[in-house]
Every structure is written in structure tokens, then in C-alpha cells.
Write a protein that binds this ligand. Sequence first.
Ligand code: AGV
Ligand code: CA
Length: 313
Amino acid sequence: SASEKRKVVFDHDGGVDDLLSLMLLLSMDHVELLAVTITPADCYLSDATISTLKILAMFGRKNVPVGLGNIHGVNAFPADWRAQPKICNVLPDMLTQQYDPQQVSDLQADALIKSCLSTNQDVTVLMTGPSTNLIAAIESQPDIKEAIEQVVWMGGAVDVPGNVAMYNHDKSAEWNAYWDPTASQKLIASGLNIKLISLDATNCLPVNVDFLSQLAAQKHYPISSLACQFWATTINTIPSYEFTYFMWDVLATSVLGLQGNEIEFQTVKIDVATEEPNEGQTYRDPDNGFAIDVAYNVNRDAVLNYILEQFKR
Ligand code: AGV
Ligand code: CA
């Protein structure tokens, strides 16, 4: 019954793997999706809004409100990365998909998160972009923290190099944490029950042609076919670390559906830098850091098999 379902608020930032994450989340029958909110970070908001509405409609979920974020971080994503997901909306199955623009909430993203957390308990907040909207919601009404059971966040790089390659940066930070370093620091220091899916875990999941072949072999399932096309758009990148496309957000999303033994977490005390040259770095600080659960060892085959099963629809 609906009451036994896991209540989830999903905040994403419109990248190709954020959209794949939405598809994966919608494939989970045990999840009750309360709202989707969008951070205008690794996307252009208008594209991400249409992609989100179309994917929700595809899964018959025209009742889920969509909140648009209007707060921007201090370190903008590269424009070509932000434009990359545009292609998703012109793939044939997306182009022909109807959607309801009325599904966009009158509430901005942070206000919609606040409203969901004021009227629900035991909510999981899944974030596959920067944490800006959640932090704005909490700052405007701190007691909503009590409604959060768990935060699952794709962000950070604890014991591995980051993926930010900017002239004024030492490459220690991951992009979601770097876009709004202050929000990242506040999240980590929030005392919330945080499961961090950082580059430490996602590095073992580059988008890989063998996996896409397996997905293509089940392309008679419309969602497998579409997912295969989304991932195909990420393959043609320069084979250098900061350009390789990983299954970052999809791994974070899978945490909500896996049994629990496929990803090993370690409790680590970390903090987040908010100034150059390591702005956004999620570093170990055994003395003054905040204890959170960081994903380390991933059973890659188990995760990929789970995704293949979920996309059989
Ligand atoms: O740092 C990973 C985050 C994830 O949430 N994003 C992409 C994922 O949605 C930023 C990012 C890092 N490298 C990228 C990114 C790349 N090569 N292309 C697009 N986005
Ligand atoms: Ca993302």
C-alpha cells in the first residue's frame, strides 16, 4: 500500500545521467515520489524542465509536482556541459512525448522542498546535483530537518582527485560540491543522516559499451531503448579523466533500490573547503569534521544488473 512506500524528494540538475536517474527512480515500485525539483547547475533550466515533465508523463506520473530552482551557485558549470542534455529532448521518443506544463509548481524548488518536508515524515532526499535548494529550504525553516530520514547525495571526492579542472583550482573538488561550496559545507555540517556517493565510488562506473550492448539487447522494452539512447549521447567525449562520463547519479539513485550489501559505506569525518585553491573539496578532518557515510566499494556487476532489470519496462 502507499503507506508502506518510501517517500522521496528528488532534486536533480538536468544532466543526461540526472534524467536517467529520474527514469531509474520512477521504475522503483516501492518509492512514493513526493516532488521533483531542479537545480539550474549542469543544465539549462528550460531544457531540464521539459525533459523532467516528459519523463514523468512517460511513466504516467502527472501528479508529481515539479519545482524550478532559481538560486545559482558561485562557480558556473561549463556552457558546453550545460547544453549537452539538449539532445535528450529531440530524440524521437522524447520529441513525440506529450507533457503537461501545468505540472510545474507555483512554488520555487526550495519552497516546494520545504512544503513536502512540512507535511511528511521519514522522507529520503535524493540529490544528484548541488545541495543549494535543500539548504535554502532548511535555512528558511530549520525544523523541517526532523522530517528527513536520510539524504543521499552524489557529490564530493574524499580520497580520490576531483573532476573540476579550472585555472584557479587544485583539482581536488567534485563539480556538484564546487558549484555552491557554501551549501555543500552546510549540508555536510547539518547533522543529517547523509549517504555520500562521491567520486570514490562512482569512478568504477564509466559508461561502458559492454553494458550498453546488454541494454540494447533488451531494447524491445521502451525504457531500455530510451536509456540506451541517452547513454549513447555521453560516449563521444575526449578520453581524459575530467571528460569521461560516469554513471555518477545513477549509482546514487540505485542506493534507494538495492538490497544494501552491493555498496560498502564507511563512516568518515569530513568537511568542505569554501575558499580557493580547493573550494568544494570534501576532505577528511578526523578532529573537527562531521561524521557521514561515504560509499567506497561497489559491486559493479550487481549494480549494473539491477539497472538492467529495472529498465525492463
Ligand atoms: O561530477 C559529477 C556530476 C554528476 O551529478 N556532474 C555530472 C553528473 O550529473 C558534473 C560533471 C562532471 N563531469 C562531467 C559533468 C562531464 N564530463 N560532463 C557533464 N557533467
Ligand atoms: Ca547531476
